[in-house]
Design a protein around this ligand. Structure first.
Ligand code: ATP
Ligand code: PLP
Ligand code: MG
Ligand code: NA
Ligand code: MG
Length: 297
């Protein structure tokens, strides 16, 4: 039994640094969840470094772990969280996992970060796109794409806020009740756009949060955003706005700390990809002060 929830998190693991499960597990634990990570890859470091090495889990190895849990009646999850997935066979197995978990708990919340690429660059095989469109999006409870991923999933270009809202509507009609475009650069502003379709016959409640852009490039922040959105929307299931304000505000405090720490150590944060100061920001994760407010559409 667990008060808050038990999350099965299928994401990357890096020995050093914070992406994938390394950036999702600790914050969810801080927010009171039991978190069971399955490492879809184990790499030395994230792929933004000059080199990386390690191992990749395949679909049948994933299924083996699920069967092990099933044999011992250990598949009682409230949430499934998935991030970067590198092959169609692995993604197909994830779909089997969704079915299996829902056969145990029909109310399972599936939070899916449909990682396809960023800033116009695809970083998964092309044939994953249609699997996400046709099979994954329909079973997701909450979807957290970035701007480029929304465009790939819907076929709609997003050049203004109105486009973003329309794309959210299109995604709702394919399945998920909650859609959060975790980052979109629109008219030179960095925005998070949220959309919550509370009832079938009603239009979704939609909002944006403008995010002060820090002149640096971070990795692991997308994965952290999705984890925080899962955590806070479990606490505020009917208030996606609130959940997003809390997620964005703690993330901004963490990023400010990250930049300050690098500066203090004599690095120029604008020139390199930074490892986030996740552990050092635990207070801001547990009890964020809302600094970024949502604006309703
Ligand atoms: P995914 O990882 O799923 O592709 P994403 O592209 O939205 O998602 P990021 O670009 O890391 O992931 O953005 C996620 C969040 O991280 C943003 O909502 C924002 O709060 C924060 N963030 C990332 N980079 C910056 C930055 N340079 N300045 C301010 N906030 C940032
Ligand atoms: N997973 C792995 C193994 C990575 O190397 C990276 C980025 O380099 C990510 C995930 C992406 O992290 P995010 O999108 O949260 O910045
Ligand atoms: Mg991005
Ligand atoms: Na995202
Ligand atoms: Mg990303």
């Amino acid at each position: 039994p667990s008060d808050t929830g038990r999350v099965l998190s299928i994401q990357s693991h890096t020995v050093q640094g914070y992406v994938g499960n390394k950036s999702a597990v600790f914050p969810l634990q801080l927010l009171g969840f039991d978190v069971d990570p399955i490492n879809s890859v184990q790499f030395s470091n994230h792929t933004g470094y000059p080199t990386f090495r390690g191992q990749v889990l395949n679909g049948s190895q994933l299924w083996d772990l699920i069967e092990g849990l099933a044999e011992n009646d250990l598949l009682h999850y409230t949430h499934l969280l998935t991030g970067y997935i590198g092959s169609v066979s692995f993604l197909t197995t994830v779909l089997q996992v969704v079915d299996k978990l829902r056969s145990v708990n029909p109310d399972l919340v599936y939070v899916c970060d449909p990682v396809l690429g960023d800033e116009g660059k695809l970083y998964v095989p092309q044939d994953l796109i249609s699997v996400y469109q046709q099979k994954v999006v329909p079973v997701a409870t909450m979807l957290t794409p970035n701007q480029f991923e929304v465009e790939l999933l819907t076929g709609l270009r997003i050049t203004c806020e109105e486009d973003g809202l329309k794309a959210c509507n299109a995604l709702h009609s394919a399945g998920p009740r909650k859609v959060v475009i975790t980052s979109a650069l629109i008219e030179d502003k960095l925005l998070l756009i949220g959309s919550h379709k509370k009832a079938k016959e009603q239009p979704p409640e939609q909002f944006k949060i403008e995010i002060p852009k820090i002149p640096a490039y971070f990795t692991g922040t997308g994965d952290l955003t999705t984890a925080l959105l899962l955590g806070w929307s479990n606490k505020y299931p009917d208030n996606l706005e609130r959940a997003a304000e809390l997620a964005v505000s703690s993330l901004q405090a963490l990023l400010r700390r990250t930049v300050e720490d690098y500066k203090r150590a004599g690095f120029d944060p604008s020139t390199s990809s930074l490892e986030i100061r996740l552990i050092q920001s635990q207070d801001e994760i547990r009890r964020p002060q809302i600094t970024c407010k949502a604006v309703k559409y």
